[in-house]
Every structure is written in C-alpha cells, then in structure tokens.
Write a protein that binds this ligand. Sequence first.
Ligand SMILES: Nc1ncnc2c1ncn2[C@@H]1O[C@H](COP(=O)(O)OP(=O)(O)OP(=O)(O)O)[C@@H](O)[C@H]1O
Length: 247
Amino acid sequence: MSLQFTRCSFQYGRKVPVLDRLSLTIDHRATVLLGPNGAGKSTMMGIAASWLFPTRGSVTWRGRKPDTARDRAAYRAAVGWLPQNIKPMPGLTVRENVAYIGWLKGMTRREAWDRSAPALERVKLASLADRKSHQLSGGQLRRMGIAGTLVHHSELVLLDEPTAGLDPSQRKVFRQVLDDLLTDVHVVVSTHQTEDLDAVYDHVVVLDRGKVRFQGDTAGFLSLAHPGLPESRRAEGAYTQLIEQEV
Ligand SMILES: Nc1ncnc2c1ncn2[C@@H]1O[C@H](COP(=O)(O)OP(=O)(O)OP(=O)(O)O)[C@@H](O)[C@H]1O
C-alpha cells in the first residue's frame, strides 16, 4: 500500500541523468522530501504524478502502474499533484478551476462541480469561490491547487514546494490545511523549510544529486543532528550533516 519507485532513471534530453536507478518506498501518512536545489525533487514528484515518465524503471501507487492510457487515468485519479508553478485556467473563477481539474481527472461535470464547493471549504477558500483565479495571492492560488487535488478523491497528494515564498500567516493557514488533509489522504511534500518538521511529518526522505541520502522516521532523522543543538534547530542540523558529508 505504498508509493514505490523501482530503479527509476530520468534525464531531460541528453543531459546528465537527474535520477539514477532510484529505488524508494514511501508508505507513510506524511512524508517530507528535502534536498538542495537541483537535487531532483520536482522531477521525482513529476514522475510520481505520472506527468514525467522515467527513462528506465517504474513507479507504482498501491500497485497501480501508469503505463497504458487507461491505467494512467486511474492512477492520476488516485494521485493528486500540486506542481511548483501552478497555472490556473485564465478567465475561470476559483470554483470553476477546481471543478475543471475534477473533470480532467475523469469526473462528470456535475460531480466535479458539486465536489468543488466542499473541496474549497477544506482549504479555507469558500469565500473566494466566485473570484477570478488571477486575482488570488500566491498562497491562495496554492490552496486552490490543493482543492483541485481533493475534488477527485485523491488517495495520495503530492505538494511541490507549497510554502515557498509565503508569509508566516499564509504558512500558518497552509499548515492547518495540511493537518486537515492528513486525516484522510497520504501526503508527500517537497520543501526547503525544516521548521516544525517533527510536528507535521512522520517520515523524511533526503535526496541529493538524484540519490536518496536518507530515508527514515522523523525521530531517526533528527537524531543525526549534533546533540548540542537546541530543539528548534535539530532538523536544520540533521539536514546539514547529511548534505555536507557529500560536498
Ligand atoms: N525542463 C527541464 N529541462 C532541462 N533540465 C531541467 C528541467 N527541469 C529541471 N531540470 C534540471 O534537472 C535537475 C533537477 O531539477 P529539479 O527541479 O528536479 O530539482 P529540485 O530538487 O526540485 O530543485 P529545486 O529545489 O531548486 O526546485 C536540475 O539540474 C535542473 O536544472
């Protein structure tokens, strides 16, 4: 019952491989994916979303493979994805955008429309449902994208840097939304932010240059930090410890 990468390799064009035979099993409710710029996190998320296809190897969610067109539709209906750069449909309202995602994922127009209202409520955007999406702030736009992953009953939600550039109050709202999501879906979040990591995530993956440097529970990750560090800096310390070893 997991997200499984099996010997996944990927490269953009003829460039150096971004992922090189990556094998990884994610079987937890809340996983955080850390790693330096260019480590391959977005590429990995894109593959998990079946937006990118590995040049070798495979990815499965709960045993489903996104290989044929039919299987891909079922896979994508079960796996929601919030990419780093969200591109809403211009001219549509917030609610129409959310319903549109549901329709793209195979729901009827009626079902997608009906489900869009509760999805917007869950991300605290119900009051902006009729606003044009281009009028939203960055944080609101991301929450709209999360509503898009909820509208089609995702089992797994992939969030690629959902809090990058958000002010502290928007980050707080995001955190509340995430806590709510975790009551019924599995979540993988890629981020550079390590604060409050142990309060949110039960599993940590650290990727560096396309390879997994660490995978384990949050307590195991934090134990890598220098023992003298205060509680609030242990996640940062553990991360630096792992990444600096490789420089
Ligand atoms: N569309 C693309 N075409 C060519 N190269 C790309 C493309 N997207 C990413 N890359 C390259 O692939 C590598 C991995 O990028 P990726 O975006 O997956 O890393 P990341 O860990 O998400 O980085 P960041 O934290 O900066 O978002 C980088 O060297 C990047 O320059």
